[in-house]
Ligand binder design. Structure first.
Ligand SMILES: C[S@@+](CC[C@H](N)C(=O)[O-])C[C@H]1O[C@@H](n2cnc3c(N)ncnc32)[C@H](O)[C@@H]1O
Length: 278
């Protein structure tokens, strides 16, 4: 117990059986339990790794975003980015009806902006309940309760059935995914044949990026350093190589001064079960 009471993170395995000692560990508020089953064991490494990153990222505190302050920044600084990127997604994918899944939706601004200019039903998915609570209020404020809703979940284990999502969007979340290959394969799994995913991050235009960088640097002196660190950690990734074994995937990479997007399209003739399983 001494080590559990310390600040040192502990990763351990608990047997299923009930003993006073094991129950005491299970009941602690600071213990996070993951159930590993034959069905989920391939994806759980990513989920657990991400949780460990959140706990151990003492240096920047970057992996754990505080929902209230994120929302404040989204409203005061990022606001113009969402409508611009929503327009870009609409133009690039041409998907304006059906089901859209916003993965790592945070407080919901991108999904909401896209719902406003399309007829899409939008599911705002995030692993943070705090972010989703704020997203729920933003949906109501936009009067979009009939077409936009929130869903708690994790990119490594999306709740959607295979081939059921017309459009996946995701801004700024990829940088937090420890196992990008597993996450992107999961996104591909839920795409319908002919469906598309627009996943990555960015600020829409170089002008907007410059303006936001300056505003953010003034608010948080570590902004550029942390931003660069996160982007650097992914910039050398060869996504084509990473996803080379996904049959039926057409991948375009948009990488400019202000954005990095993976534009994934699932072949219209894709037959479920022919690819993607490891
Ligand atoms: C930088 S925020 C971006 C929020 C929103 N997309 C936006 O553009 O304002 C990243 C979001 O990804 C979420 N996230 C990180 N890892 C995730 C995972 N494994 N599954 C689902 N969401 C995740 C975080 O909780 C956070 O809300």
């Amino acid at each position: 117990m001494q080590i559990l009471d310390s600040y040192i993170p502990v990763l351990g395995v608990l047997k299923r059986k009930e003993t006073d000692f094991l129950n005491l560990i299970r009941s602690r508020k600071d213990v996070l339990l993951f159930e590993i089953t034959p069905e989920n064991r391939n994806i759980m490494s990513g989920v657990i790794f991400d949780e460990l990153l959140k706990i151990t990222s003492f240096e920047s505190g970057n992996h754990h975003l505080d929902a209230e302050s994120y929302e404040e920044t989204a409203r005061k600084v990022f606001a113009p980015v969402y409508s611009l990127i929503a327009e870009q997604i609409k133009e690039k994918t041409n998907i304006t009806a059906g089901l859209c899944l916003d993965v790592g939706a945070g407080t919901g601004h991108l999904g909401i902006a896209l719902a406003k200019i399309t007829e899409l039903n939008v599911c705002l998915l995030d692993c943070s309940r705090e972010m989703l609570a704020i997203a729920g209020k933003n949906i109501v404020a936009a009067g979009l309760q009939d077409r936009v809703h929130t869903l708690w979940g994790n990119v490594y284990n999306l709740p959607q059935q295979d081939g059921t999502v017309d459009l996946v969007i995701s801004r700024g979340s990829l940088y937090f995914w420890a196992d990008k290959k597993c996450a992107l394969k999961e996104i591909f799994r839920v795409l319908s044949p002919g469906g598309m995913a627009y996943v990555g991050g960015g600020f829409g235009s170089p002008e907007l990026k410059r303006k936001i960088d300056a505003q953010m640097q003034a608010r948080d002196g570590c902004w550029e350093k942390n931003m660069n660190k996160r982007v650097r950690a992914t910039e050398n990734l060869d996504y084509k190589q990473l996803l080379a074994d996904l049959d039926g995937l057409n991948l375009e990479i948009i990488n400019d001064e202000a954005n990095m997007w993976l534009l994934m399209r699932k072949n219209i003739n894709y037959q479920a079960g022919t690819a993607c399983a490891e």
